[in-house]
Ligand binder design. Structure first.
Ligand code: FAD
Ligand code: DLZ
Ligand code: SF4
Length: 512
């Protein structure tokens, strides 16, 4: 039997399940750069270059190891523009009678591939993506019969399953979770290390030129380009994180500092999500650092929780809840995404910082996504579909399986509390506590109302005021409503008026 093994741009691993049992006498691997994937949302230029360059490097490596590869470049004049079209082209020239692919990371593509068997008239085997530590079936079993889907419970089960940070089956240090020691506000004069920077080689240089020429109108800066694009270099980036940043990962996990986009985060999501790194090797490297006494437990446990807890949990929710999940809009939010999400033309320093950094790096760290750009979209009542489209296109680590539940469930409360027990809404005082953004802002964080007031302050109350019917029965929000209800009527009116004016200013194109 001759088989076609399709490897997608976020499946760049030699242990990907679609290559299991591959035999170069009888199998051919297909990899293709296709217009549909680049444009179904208009991805950030740096993201496209990263994906293409990593794909080209991976194909070269496989070739050198004796794999038989058919690779279609984006500039190939015969490029069909879709995965299906490229498979069809390959079938014309090869004697193939079976297609093998690993389960894709997006529902729309899974749906498409499911139709291929009938279309091509041959078996299409969709294999599970075994890079993940929890299969979709195992997650569904975990959910079965539970009233409460707390991530913490899932996380503990993963710690036990893989025996991570355990001693005699109990958590090292006596606690499962050290979050209480984490999340310190930023301090002056932190010596934040430079991020991992990889010089551009000839393959990447060619890709950069092609992306500039073909996708020059997409959002984002292409240059400078510094991502790792091979497994070896991604392993260097992992080592760099373990040695230079892990130590303070927990302490400053939620801190934001002007002109410091990278902080003590790992910046490994790009590589975890496209296959250059595997989750368990990142987790074991962090665990080893703790065992050797090189990194503290709060940092190591915190990092491990993100990878084996949040990352796997988010994916579990996506596959459990799709396709209905993408339609969720619990708060009936209907606004357009303001233009400044693309232009960065805003007087709100925190938002300006996060969007500029996103434009430059195709990256921002978790708390910027959740508490600045995500929070503002929530407070403004932007339709979660538009928020999701923005997050999916601008970040180099974004694929729908991970982006959608984070945007809908975490940032937008669009699933009504399936993933988060209450909306992650915050006013200016939270941002001021966790960042140094407010010092350089045109608005005054201490001011609650009026033209100079920090917009997060009045928008925060307006959000709860206008969503009362949807949120009032949430027991975690009771205190917020009792505080609001005790406000003098004049203050409530000022909140409503300021918010109305702010919306009007956005709609009329004024710089806010
Ligand atoms: P670190 O802070 O160093 O964390 C370590 C690793 O843990 C990450 O590399 C990532 O793999 C994992 N992780 C941490 N938090 C999450 C989470 N909530 N969900 C899934 N994995 C997590 N992450 C993506 O990978 N792709 C996305 O498209 C994406 N969109 C997001 C959208 C919103 C609105 C929010 C609030 C979060 C989103 N996240 C997304 C989660 C998180 O912000 C990123 O994983 C993280 O910022 C990546 O940077 P890092 O590698 O430096 O992470
Ligand atoms: C995101 C992306 C882009 C921009 N381009 C390609 C591509 O040309 N070829 C490819 O194989 N994959 C690409 N990807 C990643 C896919 O969109 C991803 O595999 C699916 O969305 C499933 O997660
Ligand atoms: Fe952001 Fe408000 Fe602080 Fe300005 S004052 S940086 S808008 S939180």
């Amino acid at each position: 039997m001759n088989s076609l093994h399709l490897v997608l741009g976020d499946q760049l691993s030699e242990v990907i399940s679609s290559l299991e049992g591959y035999n170069s006498e009888q199998g051919v691997i297909l990899m293709c750069e296709v217009l549909e994937e680049v444009t179904y949302v208009k991805h950030h230029k740096k993201k496209i270059a990263f994906i293409f360059s990593a794909m080209r490097h991976f194909a070269e490596e496989l070739k050198q190891r004796g794999y038989k590869i058919a690779y279609t470049k984006i500039e190939d004049p015969n490029n069909a523009g879709t995965f299906k079209g490229e498979v069809e082209r390959l079938l014309e020239n090869h004697n193939i009678n079976k297609i093998i692919v690993t389960h894709p990371g997006e529902y729309r593509l899974l749906n498409d591939i499911k139709n291929w068997e009938a279309y091509f008239g041959m078996p299409v085997e969709i294999r599970p993506d075994t890079r993940f530590l929890c299969s979709t079936e195992e997650f569904a079993n975990w959910v079965e019969g539970r009233k409460n889907l707390r991530m913490e419970h899932f996380y503990r089960s993963m710690r036990k399953k893989y025996s991570i940070l355990l001693e005699d089956n109990k958590p090292v240090g006596g606690q499962w979770n050290y979050d209480a020691e984490n999340r310190k506000p930023p301090k002056n004069r932190l010596q934040i290390p430079l991020p991992y920077i990889r010089p551009v080689d000839a393959i990447t240089q060619t890709v950069l030129e092609i992306v500039a020429e073909k996708f020059g109108d997409h959002f984002g800066d292409l240059q400078p380009f510094y991502f790792a694009v091979t497994r070896d270099h991604a392993l260097d980036a992992l080592q760099n994180f373990i040695e230079q940043r892990l130590h303070y990962f927990g302490d400053y996990q939620d801190a934001m500092i002007e002109d410091e986009p990278w902080m003590y985060h790992s910046h490994l999501s790009f590589y975890l999500n496209n296959g250059l790194l595997l989750p368990l090797e990142c987790v074991r490297a962090a665990e080893e650092s703790y065992i050797k006494g090189l990194a503290p437990l709060n940092a190591v446990e915190g990092f491990i929780r993100q990878v084996i807890g949040w990352r796997e949990y988010i994916r579990g929710i996506y596959w459990l809840k799709m396709p209905e999940y993408q339609e969720q809009n619990f708060l009936n939010a209907h606004r357009q995404l303001p233009d400044f999400y693309w232009t960065k033309n805003t007087k709100m320093n925190c938002v300006q910082q996060c969007i500029s950094e996103t434009e430059k790096n195709s990256y921002s760290h978790h708390i910027q996504r959740l508490m600045i750009t995500g929070n503002l979209a929530l407070l403004l009542g932007v339709n979660p579909k538009y928020v999701s489209e923005w997050f999916l296109s601008v970040y180099a680590d974004a694929y729908e399986w991970v982006e959608l539940p984070n945007v809908l469930g975490m940032a937008s409360f669009a699933d009504g509390g399936y993933l988060a027990s209450k909306p992650y809404a915050a006013g200016g005082s939270y941002i001021n506590k966790m960042s140094n953004y407010c010092g350089n802002c045109s608005y005054k964080v201490s001011q609650k109302n009026g033209h100079d007031a920090c917009p997060f302050n009045f928008l925060y109350w307006d959000f709860f005021d206008r969503n009362r019917d949807a949120l009032k029965s949430n027991y975690r929000i009771g205190m917020i409503y009792s505080t609001f209800d005790k406000m003098p009527e004049g203050k409530k009116q000022a909140i409503r008026n300021d918010s109305k004016r702010f919306y009007k200013d956005i709609d009329s194109g004024k710089i806010v």
